[in-house]
Design a binder for this molecule. Sequence first.
Ligand SMILES: [Zn+2]
Ligand SMILES: [Zn+2]
Ligand SMILES: [Zn+2]
Length: 254
Amino acid sequence: MKITLLGTGTSQGIPVVGCNCVVCMSDDPRDSRLRSGVLIEVGETNILIDTGPDLRYQMLRNKVNRVDAILYTHEHNDHIIGLDDIRPFNFTQKIDMPLYALPRVADELLARFGYVFSDNQYPGSPRAIIKRIEDFGVIEIKGQIVQPIQVMHGNLPILGYRIGDFAFITDASYINNENIQRLKGVKILIINALRKESHHSHFSLDQAIGLIEQVNPQKAYITHLSHRMGLTNDWEKDLPNNVFPSYDGLEIFV
Ligand SMILES: [Zn+2]
Ligand SMILES: [Zn+2]
Ligand SMILES: [Zn+2]
């Protein structure tokens, strides 16, 4: 299984428009972060997590030429608004793209992208079918088993996903014990941390490290960062031995 991090920034991305802070002005390519996105290549199957506002550029930059299914974490704009840019895959693969989402997230996709799901489609519109994830049960995509992991994003229950020895969690601020148990045994864990200071709906760096200690993966990577985390070159020095910063384009083999 190969994991590619397509975007590792929080909702505004880094650099932030109009910001002159050291992170936004940094020459380190690791400090430039598009909005969240992950590609999982497992066997012959390409699974995308989320369709944020940078989707088109992420597909071009990482030379993604096929997507078989999309898993949604939640309905915030930085995770869904690029859905229209799945059209090239509709045209080349001649499929209606399967979109897996919680029922609440599915309803939001239907509301925001009514034209995609209309009976009376404009020619050339994206084509997709919604697959509702009920009761957090496992999903099967072309024989690959995907385990949804429920996490809290402030007051909002959202999803992370586990496939085999790999799990991806973004936008979490709390994970209950039942779901921590579902993460046990992963070799690679990708988990969000916004910044060092606490935040009402995202883990701080210390909280993410605490969660990593509970799950105890071989390696963990920090994603969904704000420019307020500081320079990657600085904060990575304080990380435990098995924890690493993520960056756009990072490839992980599991
Ligand atoms: Zn987000
Ligand atoms: Zn900045
Ligand atoms: Zn969010």
